[in-house]
Design a protein around this ligand. Structure first.
Ligand code: THU
Length: 160
């Protein structure tokens, strides 16, 4: 047997004002998207902004449903919308912002497992990593250069 230790690389910014101009703009667009979320059941709104290599920005937000599992997270709305509308474009970055109407979300909110799996699929499809930035409503921003940092030992097409 052997013991393996995996490492993940992140940058933690104290505030979005520390981001590059491009990343700040993308995060602002995620916030704009977040404000249009349809989240009447959780009161937890998430917005995502995807930057493509053709300079287009595709927005998404969580869309909830009375039949709870029928809803979809912001990240997947944005990523699948990118795939549907710009199938040949490369996704460079995704910025994510989350807030709640019942509490102050001041810690970075990381994408859920299903959204990580979705982002992983697109990294593999395009053979290029995707930069991921995530935050709450206020406070720190976490940035990582690839989904691999969020999903070690993932499931992919090589198993099929
Ligand atoms: N949600 C997202 O939009 N993205 C995530 O990565 C985690 C959770 C949404 C789903 C649901 O509408 C609400 O947040 C509460 O789980």
């Amino acid at each position: 047997m052997k013991k393996i230790t995996l490492t993940s690389n992140f940058i933690v910014y104290d505030s979005p004002t520390e981001l590059s101009e491009e990343d700040q703009q993308l995060m602002n667009q995620a916030v704009t998207a977040r404000k249009k979320a349809y989240a009447p059941y959780s009161n937890f709104s998430v917005g995502a902004a995807v930057l493509l290599d053709n300079k287009e920005v595709v927005l998404g937000n969580n869309q909830e449903n009375a039949a709870y599992p029928s809803g979809l997270c912001a990240e997947r709305v944005a990523i699948y919308s990118s795939g549907a509308n710009y199938p040949d474009a490369t996704i460079l970055k995704i910025a994510i912002s989350a807030s709640s109407s019942t509490k102050n979300v001041n810690e970075p909110v990381a994408p859920c497992g299903a959204c990580r799996q979705t982002i992983a699929e697109y990294e593999i499809k395009q053979e290029q990593p995707i930069s991921i930035l995530f935050m709450g409503e206020t406070g720190k921003v976490i940035q990582t250069d690839s989904l691999e940092n969020l999903l070690p030992l993932g499931f992919d097409k090589s198993f099929l």
